[in-house]
Structure formats: C-alpha cells, structure tokens
Design a protein around this ligand. Structure first.
Ligand code: ADP
Ligand code: MG
Length: 342
C-alpha cells in the first residue's frame, strides 16, 4: 500500500526536476547581462545576451580593469610605465599587438599617428591634468626628439626597446584594442549579441536579439546638436575623435588633446570630429586620431587606398558633413551631407 503511494510521488518529483532543469537551461540560453563602470578615464558600459552572459560580462569588466593597469602611462606599477622608465622590457600579448598595430598605422598615415607623442602630451600637462602651454622652443626640441625616436620590437626574444628620449602612450589606440579584447571574449564564450561602449567608442557583436541592426548615434561636436546622424551596424566598431572631448582653456584659446606630431601643437586640420567605422576596432581608434591630424584631403587619399578596411564620417569647421561611400546605405542624418566616392 505504502509502496504504491511512494512511486507516483517519486515520478512527480522527477518530472518536476526535469522541468526545472529545462527552465534553467532555457533561461541561461537567453540570459542577458549589463554593467557600467569607470576605466581608462571614461565611463564604459557593456551589455550582452546569450548563454553565460553574466559570467561573460563580468569577465570582460575584469579584463578591462587589468588592461588599464597594464597600459596606463601614469600608474607606476604598469608595464608601459616601466618601459618608459627603463627603455627596455618584455612584451605581453597585449603590448605586442599594440606595438605592431601602432607602427603599422604610423606608417600608413605618414607619421600622423605616433605613440612616441608622450613627452609632448606631458609638456602640455595632458598626462597629469596640470595644463599649460609649453614655450615654442620646448615644443621644437620635443618634435625633433619625436622625429628621431625609435621603437625596436624583438619578436624572437619577445622584448621591446626604446631610444633614449622616447616614451610611448597608447592613449590614441588603447580603447579600440580594449573593445577588440572584449569582443573576442564574447565570441569565445558564445555570446550571441553584445554592445561594448567605451566612452562613446562603440563595438557591436552580432545583431540585436530581434534580428535588427544596432543603431549608433554619432557624437556631435556642436553644443546645439545631439548627434550628427545614426549609423546602423553589425559586427563593427564606430570610433570618434574630437578636440571637444578633452581640452583646456588659457587666455582666449582652447587647446585640445590630439597633437600634430609635426608641430607639437593641437592639430588644426579643419576637421572637428572624425568617426572611423571598421571591423578592426584597434585600427579604427588609431585612425580616428590620425585622420583628425591629417585633415580631409589627406584622409580621403588614405581612404581611397584602404576603403576595404575602414569608412569615415567627417565634420569640419565650416559645418560640412561628409561620409565615405561604404556607409551610404546605413547612415541617416537630418543634416545635409556629401558622400566621398572612390
Ligand atoms: P579619446 O581618448 O578622447 O577617445 P583619441 O582616440 O583621439 O581620443 O585619443 C587621444 C589620445 O591619443 C591623447 O589623449 C593622447 O594620449 C594620444 N595622442 C594624441 N595625439 C596623438 C598622435 N598624433 N598620435 C598618437 N597618439 C596621440
Ligand atoms: Mg583614437
């Protein structure tokens, strides 16, 4: 009698456990997670959907904080700090990739992007926020030293050496690389879609859960305009550089943080906002800085040679907006704009 009652109870428990298992599995499969935190001097927010999303998002946050410690120019425990002090050091997987990419972009932009810019950033006080306008002779001397600075990457011994006066600063490329690292972690952890927003530098993985493309608002350099336009993307990075991002005022002038390596002064190329769109976030970040220095004409020539690698959205000091041909089907704006064609 007792036995007969126990068997249905056991089967009920088993069915319950199986259903619970299925529910947990389904919930995990579609789970989502998000986090917002401060790193690399900016607000970062990351969101993801897919199995293990909470685990993946927290791994990404942890990795970004570690990268910040590794690449910081001011933290005396960082690898970059030690390299700038000792002029010699071992390469990590991160610095190896960053040196390679930085040197490639220096080459392709005729030196508009140069990570040896650090002593000039320091002279302006951008490294410690003790802002000042350096005198002309100081800048001339620093530009001369910059033009002679060398970085020797020794892949065989996994090490790097800098010439005596050289000091490096990955500030113009680090956030792009960081979004690549985050993207790779999400891919490896089978995340189905994610949006990585590192202070307005956006990298999208896959499409939104409803199957539509991500919409990214392109930051506006103008106070009376929220954004320059909207770009639809999937598996791409959208990275913007603008002089309005970080600057200080002295006398009646403003001085911003993107420096022309040829003059030592904040770049005045006529462009006031540069957005680079690419499936290579590290390239996009370095190019956003370089194109800001180069100006529209030189940047157009660069794009013509590399249109498969990136696209651009440019805004100049005459309030003209330009986009390159590759974006024409995905960009909308209330402003008038010109399409740069090959
Ligand atoms: P943000 O950091 O505001 O996103 P950028 O990506 O344009 O903007 O990077 C600007 C940073 O790049 C500066 O703070 C400095 O660390 C570095 N930098 C400035 N000028 C150059 C340059 N010509 N080449 C390489 N790096 C630069
Ligand atoms: Mg940049």
């Amino acid at each position: 009698m007792i036995k007969k009652k126990i068997i249905p109870v056991i089967s009920l428990i088993s069915i319950f456990l199986i259903l619970l298992g299925i529910a947990i599995y389904l919930q995990n499969r579609n789970s989502s997670a998000a986090t917002t935190f401060f790193a690399m001097d900016t607000i970062m927010s990351v969101k993801a959907e897919g199995p293990d999303a909470p685990k993946a998002v927290s791994r990404v946050e942890q990795t970004i904080l570690e990268l910040e410690n590794e690449l910081s120019v001011s933290n005396d425990q960082s690898i970059v700090y030690a390299l700038n002090r000792d002029k010699h050091g071992s390469l990590t997987a991160d610095t190896k990739y960053l040196f390679e990419k930085s040197l490639q972009v220096k080459e392709m932009t005729g030196g508009a992007f140069d990570i040896c810019i650090y002593p000039i950033m320091d002279a302006w006080g951008f490294t410690d926020k003790n802002f000042r306008v350096p005198n002309e002779d100081t800048l001339k001397q620093l530009c001369l030293e910059l033009s002679e600075a060398t970085i020797n990457v020794d892949n065989e011994h996994n090490s790097v050496s800098l010439s005596d006066t050289a000091m490096v600063d990955f500030g113009g490329i680090a956030k792009g690389y960081t979004s690549k690292v985050a993207y790779d972690i999400f891919k490896e952890m089978n995340i189905s879609n994610a949006l990585i927003n590192l202070g307005g530098n956006v990298c999208a993985l896959g499409k939104k859960s409803d199957g539509s493309l991500w919409s990214v608002a392109i930051k506006s350099p103008l106070e009376n305009l929220d954004y320059l336009g909207i770009l639809k993307i999937s598996d791409k990075s959208v990275i913007t550089s603008g002089g309005y991002e970080r600057f200080f005022e002295q006398g009646n002038r403003t001085y911003h943080h993107i420096i022309d390596p040829k003059t030592g002064y904040p770049a005045e190329s006529g462009l006031i906002s540069v957005t680079i769109v690419s499936d290579d976030p590290t390239l996009a970040d370095a190019l956003s800085t370089a194109v800001y220095v180069m100006g529209k004409e030189e940047a157009t020539a660069l794009w013509n040679e590399n249109f498969k690698k990136f696209d651009m959205i440019l805004y100049d000091d005459n309030n003209r907006l330009y986009i390159t041909e590759g974006l024409k089907d995905d960009f909308t704006s209330e402003l008038e704009y010109e399409i740069i064609e090959k």
